[in-house]
Design a protein around this ligand. Structure first.
Ligand code: ADP
Length: 525
C-alpha cells in the first residue's frame, strides 16, 4: 500500500475497513493485495495472514469451482459481476455461503491491475431460508394429513348414515352374542332404543321357542365363517321388545376382528307385508281354482245333459221320420191308386226333405254318441275295392244328375282294418261333399296310395276349393263356408272323429277355384 495517501483515499479506506462485507483486492494472479476487517471476520484470517497469499489457498473450497474461474475470466476481460452465490471456506474449515460481486481494478492509465471482490456472508440467510422451506414442507405435510383425516372421517360419517338409513335392520354381534352395533331400522323393527339394543343380547330378539338352539347355530356359523342366508327354506320369526313376533328374512356374514375373533353381521328384513301379499295371492288363487273346478264340473254336467237330450230327441224324431219315409214310398209306388202330377211332386218333396231331416238327425246322434263315448266301432278286415265301389255306386246317380264325372283307382286286393259301416259313412260324406261343391263338367276322383303298413285314400275334386282360413276350420262342428248348400256343418267333424277312432288322421289341401283333396289313412291288414 502506498504511504502517500490522499484525504479521499483515507476516507475510502475508512469506509472499506468499517464495512461488514468482506472487501478483498487481488492481483491478476489471484494473490491477495488487500483484506479488510469484514474479510477477517467472515473468513477468520487476519489481514496479515491473508495478504500476499493466493486467494485460492485461503478461502476456496477443496475442489476448484468452475463457475468462479469462468466468472473471474470475465472480470479480467473488464466485466463487472454482481451478486452471485458462492461457497467459500472459513479458516476453521467450516463452509461459508457468500453473495459475491467482482469488479476489475485499473491503474491511473486505465490498465487492468487486479480484481476487487465484495463478499457478503449469507450463511445465516440461507439457513433461515432452508428452515423456512423445511417448515413450509412440514406445514404442507400436516395439511395433507389433516385433509386425509377429514376425508376419512367424512367417508366414515357417510358410511354410518348409509347404515343408519338402510331399509333393513343391521346388527353386529360378537362371539358371545352381545350386540355391538345396530342401526336405526333395527331399533324400529325390534322396538328397542339404541342403548337398549347395545346393552342386550341377540338371543333376546329370537322368539322364545327357538332361543335354545340359537346359541348353537351362532357358534356353528362363526366356525363355518361363510356368508349365507339364515334358516334357508324355513319360516323365520323375530321377537319385538313387547313380545310380539314378526316374519323375517336374515342374511348373515362373518367379520374377522383384529384380535382374531369373529363377529357376525346380520341384515334383517321384515317380510310381514310380503307374506301378507303372498297369502292374499294364494287365497285368491285357491278360490279361483275352486271356482274354475266348479264351473268345469257344471259345464261337464250341462254338456252331458245336452248329449243325453240330443240322443233321446234324435231317437224320438227318427221313429216318426221312418214312418213318413215308408208311407211316402208307398204313395209314390201308387199301389193304392194313381197320383196326379201335382200329388206326385208333393210326395217327392216330402220324401226328399224327410230323408234330409233323417240324415241330419243321424249326424247329430252320431256326434253326440261319439262325444259321450257311446259309439262302438266294430273293426274287421275289409276289401278296400268293395268299400270304395259301394260308396261310389251310392253317389253315382247323384253325380250324373249334376253332370259331375266320378272315377276311382283300383286298390287291387288291399284290405284295411275298419268298421265297414263307418268307412262307408266317411267315404260317402267326402264324395257327396265333393259332388256338392263341384260345378257341372267337373270331376271327382278317389285315389289310393299304399304307405308302409297303411293306405292313404284321397277324395279329390275340381270344385270351388276353399281359402286357407276355411281349411283350418272345416273339421270343427257346425262350421260351413257358406250356408246355402243345405248341410249342417257336421259331416267333416264326424269324419275326423271316425278316422281318428280307427287310428288314422284326416287332412285337406285346397285352392280356391281349383279344387280340394281330402286325405285320410287307415291301417292295412
Ligand atoms: P256340410 O254338411 O255343411 O257340408 P261338412 O262338415 O261336410 O258340412 O262340410 C263343412 C264345410 O266345408 C262345407 O259347408 C263346405 O263349406 C266345406 N267343404 C267341405 N267339402 C268341400 C269340398 N269338397 N269343396 C269345397 N268346400 C267343401
Amino acid at each position: 500500500m502506498s504511504t502517500e495517501i490522499s484525504g479521499a483515499e483515507r476516507w475510502l479506506a475508512a469506509i472499506v475497513e468499517s464495512s461488514d462485507d468482506a472487501i478483498i483486492g487481488e492481483s491478476l494472479e489471484g494473490v491477495v493485495t488487500s483484506w479488510n476487517r469484514g474479510a477477517e471476520h467472515i473468513f477468520g484470517y487476519s489481514a496479515q495472514e491473508a495478504i500476499g497469499r493466493p486467494i485460492q489457498s485461503l478461502i476456496w473450497p477443496a475442489e476448484e469451482d468452475q463457475k468462479d474461474t469462468a466468472l473471474l475470466r470475465r472480470v479480467v476481460r473488464g466485466e463487472r459481476i454482481e451478486h452471485f452465490d458462492a461457497v467459500r471456506r472459513h479458516k476453521n474449515g467450516t463452509t461459508v455461503l457468500v453473495s459475491l460481486s467482482m469488479s476489475p481494478i485499473r491503474d491511473s492509465g486505465g490498465r487492468l491491475i487486479g480484481v476487487a471482490k465484495i463478499a457478503r456472508d449469507i450463511t445465516s440467510r440461507v439457513a433461515l431460508e432452508q428452515s423456512l422451506i423445511a417448515s413450509s414442507d412440514q406445514v404442507r405435510a400436516l395439511t395433507d394429513q389433516e385433509a386425509r383425516a377429514r376425508a376419512a372421517s367424512l367417508a366414515n360419517q357417510r358410511f354410518r348414515e348409509l347404515i343408519e338409513n338402510a331399509p333393513d335392520g343391521i346388527l353386529q354381534v360378537d362371539s358371545t352374542g352381545r350386540i355391538i352395533l345396530s342401526n336405526r331400522t333395527a331399533e324400529t323393527l325390534f322396538g328397542y332404543t339404541s342403548d337398549e339394543l347395545l346393552r342386550g343380547r341377540v338371543d333376546d330378539l329370537v322368539p322364545e321357542a327357538h332361543r335354545r338352539g340359537h346359541a348353537e347355530h351362532r357358534a356353528n356359523f362363526a366356525k363355518a365363517g361363510v356368508a349365507r342366508p339364515m334358516g334357508l327354506g324355513l319360516d323365520l320369526y323375530a321377537r319385538r321388545k313387547d313380545g310380539s313376533e314378526f316374519p323375517v328374512e336374515i342374511s348373515l356374514s362373518p367379520v374377522k376382528t383384529e384380535a382374531g375373533g369373529v363377529h357376525v353381521t346380520a341384515v334383517i328384513r321384515d317380510v310381514t307385508e310380503r307374506k301378507r301379499t303372498e297369502e292374499q295371492v294364494r287365497t285368491l288363487q285357491e278360490s279361483y281354482m275352486a271356482e274354475l273346478k266348479a264351473r268345469q264340473k257344471e259345464a261337464e254336467r250341462l254338456n252331458h245333459l245336452k248329449d243325453e237330450f240330443l240322443a233321446s230327441v234324435s231317437h224320438e224324431l227318427r221313429t216318426p221320420l221312418h214312418t213318413i219315409l215308408g208311407f211316402t214310398d208307398l204313395l209314390g209306388e201308387e199301389l193304392e191308386g194313381p197320383l196326379n202330377d201335382t200329388q206326385r211332386e208333393f210326395v217327392r218333396h216330402i220324401h226328399r226333405d224327410s230323408e234330409h231331416l233323417l240324415g241330419l238327425i243321424n249326424d247329430v246322434l252320431d256326434l253326440s254318441r261319439i262325444e259321450t263315448g257311446q259309439l262302438r266301432l266294430h273293426a274287421e278286415s275289409l276289401s278296400l275295392r268293395e268299400a270304395i265301389f259301394e260308396a261310389v255306386s251310392g253317389i253315382k246317380s247323384h253325380a250324373e244328375a249334376r253332370s259331375v264325372d266320378i272315377d276311382s283307382d283300383d286298390p287291387g286286393d288291399l284290405h284295411v282294418i275298419a268298421d265297414p259301416v263307418r268307412l262307408r259313412q266317411i267315404l260317402y260324406n267326402l264324395l257327396s261333399n265333393a259332388v256338392k261343391f263341384t260345378a257341372a263338367g267337373g270331376k271327382v276322383t278317389v285315389k289310393v296310395r299304399r304307405q308302409g303298413a297303411a293306405v292313404r285314400i284321397t277324395v279329390a275334386d275340381t270344385g270351388i276349393g276353399m281359402s286357407r282360413e276355411d281349411q283350418a276350420q272345416i273339421f270343427e262342428r257346425f262350421y260351413q263356408v257358406t250356408h246355402k248348400t243345405g248341410g249342417a256343418g257336421l259331416g267333416l267333424a264326424i269324419c275326423k272323429q271316425l278316422v281318428e277312432m280307427q287310428g288314422g288322421s284326416i287332412s285337406v289341401e285346397s285352392e280356391l277355384g281349383i279344387g280340394s283333396q281330402f286325405h285320410f289313412e287307415l291301417p292295412l291288414t
